[in-house]
Design a binder for this molecule. Structure first.
Ligand SMILES: [Zn+2]
Length: 131
């Protein structure tokens, strides 16, 4: 059973998809809970009206993508901390023995690492230029 509202009696916590998007939100997969009838049709009996809009609960909507990116950023920083050697500032594709050794094997044993074991793309967290 889906409730129907028109623009005058629609609850304030129910928003159309367009209103959600304007607020930087997305329904985040939850189903619409009500329908909004257009202004004109609300004055008439139930004739065919193509102006129905789905209404979503604003409290179930989530900010679009922002948390995902933040989580990815946090994850990447956590990974970078475990993959980056504090001595040579190289970021490797694998976790370094930082707790036991404190640096990468090449630094520890004094050899040049293979180029395919670390990334050469500039990472903001490394401050390569300042090092
Ligand atoms: Zn190193």
């Amino acid at each position: 059973m889906v409730s129907e509202f028109d623009r005058h009696n629609a609850p304030k916590d129910l928003l159309t998809r367009r209103q959600l998007r304007a607020a930087g939100l997305s329904p985040c997969g939850h189903d619409p809970v009500a329908q909004l009838r257009c202004h004109r049709c609300s004055y008439r009996p139930r004739i065919e009206c193509t102006h129905l809009a789905w209404l979503y609960r604003a409290d179930l909507a989530k900010p679009k993508r922002v948390p995902t990116l933040a989580q990815e950023g946090a994850l990447d920083r956590a990974m970078a901390a475990r993959q980056t050697c504090p001595k040579c500032k190289r970021r490797y594709y694998f976790y370094l023995p930082l707790r036991t050794q404190g640096c990468c094997d090449p630094c520890h044993q004094g050899f040049e690492p293979a180029p395919d074991t670390y990334t050469t793309s500039p990472a903001p967290a490394l401050h390569r230029l300042a090092a």
